[in-house]
Design a protein around this ligand. Structure first.
Ligand SMILES: NC(=O)c1ccc[n+]([C@@H]2O[C@H](COP(=O)([O-])OP(=O)(O)OC[C@H]3O[C@@H](n4cnc5c(N)ncnc54)[C@H](OP(=O)(O)O)[C@@H]3O)[C@@H](O)[C@H]2O)c1
Length: 320
């Protein structure tokens, strides 16, 4: 089978497509023939070994885990002897967290990990990226912010994978949504449910008088200094992007400033959130927004596009 790997940190050119044996499932694992997988900003950061302190976990001088790709959708091709939840032929989707290996033709995954039956209302192509934007933003909106109906949330980077998922989720949770994006993405963020839009190329947030219960900076482009003036008295500022500034503010204002790496949340808690999302997709309440797709051999090209920071929604890798 073909698999995308990287044996050193660096530009997209470090990615290689290699031939490897199809893995054999352990007793508690299923073998999935992958139909589509995600390519994400988080994947590019792991490939680059950035931020550098991340190398304490990823591998100091070279990546400990050379496999690429965290989200997948596909069909169960074989099952281990202890599998009770899935059978051969089931259509499944999920994520391999930091063990990666989804940008490949096959993967093995334990049935106790983040894997569920794919809702039959969505394709593999639409299911593959759900664990990036939707799972991450649902963790922030539900578990971290405990977003309530009627609350007002400002979502910065509303056209990205995490931001566009957050816009849809916040509307589903009956919050009022103000989306921040550039001129070219105004129609898009309105189409997915934003009540109000701020074009950051024309209006500075320093000139806004509104107060928000929650500010979710999905792309890590806002300073907390500017954002805190826009927060209501119990309001919180949260971001999935860690920086020195956020780390300091988090230490100084732990009740106001929130960061989380969703991938290191307990698996059972991720599964709870993921099950909710599978239900919402089955009911047609959420939709995946896909900017571009690439074939597995062209994955380096996908990473180049990811690194522009300009994608709208998600990037999908499709298998032949
Ligand atoms: N902590 C976690 O668990 C976790 C999990 C997954 C991802 N992440 C991180 O989350 C971040 C977001 O990833 P992503 O895939 O959603 O998006 P992304 O690729 O980082 O962002 C793309 C979008 O952001 C918009 N954008 C760029 N600069 C902006 C700015 N200054 N203000 C507002 N919008 C701006 C772009 O449109 P325009 O250029 O037209 O504005 C584009 O549509 C990444 O840094 C990723 O590593 C964290």
């Amino acid at each position: 089978m073909k698999a995308a790997i990287y044996t050193k940190y660096g530009s997209p050119e470090v990615i290689q497509i290699i031939d490897v044996e199809i893995p054999l499932p352990k007793p508690n694992e299923v073998l999935v023939k992958i139909k589509a997988s995600s390519a994400t900003r988080a994947d590019t950061m792991m490939r680059q070994g950035k931020p550098k302190f991340g190398r304490l976990f990823l591998g100091l001088f070279k990546p400990k885990n050379t496999a690429l790709g965290t989200g997948f959708s596909g069909v169960v091709e074989a099952i281990g002897s202890q599998i009770t939840k899935f059978k051969v032929g089931d259509e499944v989707f999920g994520e391999k967290l930091f063990s990666n290996g989804c940008n490949a033709d096959y993967l093995c995954i334990s049935e106790d990990m983040v894997i569920e039956l794919k809702p039959d209302t969505i394709s593999h192509y639409q299911a593959a990226p759900i664990c990036d934007g939707f799972l991450t933003s649902y963790n922030f909106l539900k578990d971290i912010a405990d977003l309530q109906p009627g609350q007002h949330i400002l979502i910065n980077g509303a056209s990205g994978s995490l931001g566009s998922a957050a816009v849809q989720l916040a509307r589903l949770m009956s919050a009022k949504v103000t989306a921040v994006c550039s001129t070219r993405n105004i129609d898009f963020v309105k189409s997915i449910g934003a009540d109000e839009v701020i074009d950051y190329t024309k209006i500075s947030l320093t000139n806004i008088n509104e107060k928000y219960n929650v500010i979710y900076d999905s792309v890590g482009a806002l300073s907390y200094k500017v954002s805190k003036k826009l927060l209501s008295s119990n309001g919180i500022f949260m971001t999935p992007v860690l920086s020195g500034q956020i780390l300091c503010q988090r230490l100084l204002n732990p009740k106001k400033v929130k960061f989380a790496a969703t991938g290191i949340k307990k698996t059972e808690e991720l599964k709870r959130l993921f099950l909710d999302l599978a239900g919402f997709f089955k009911q047609g309440k959420l939709h995946t927004n896909i900017d571009k797709s690439y074939k597995l051999p062209d994955i380096a090209e996908a990473h180049h596009y990811l690194e522009t920071g300009r994608k709208v929604g998600n990037i999908v890798i499709v298998n032949q």
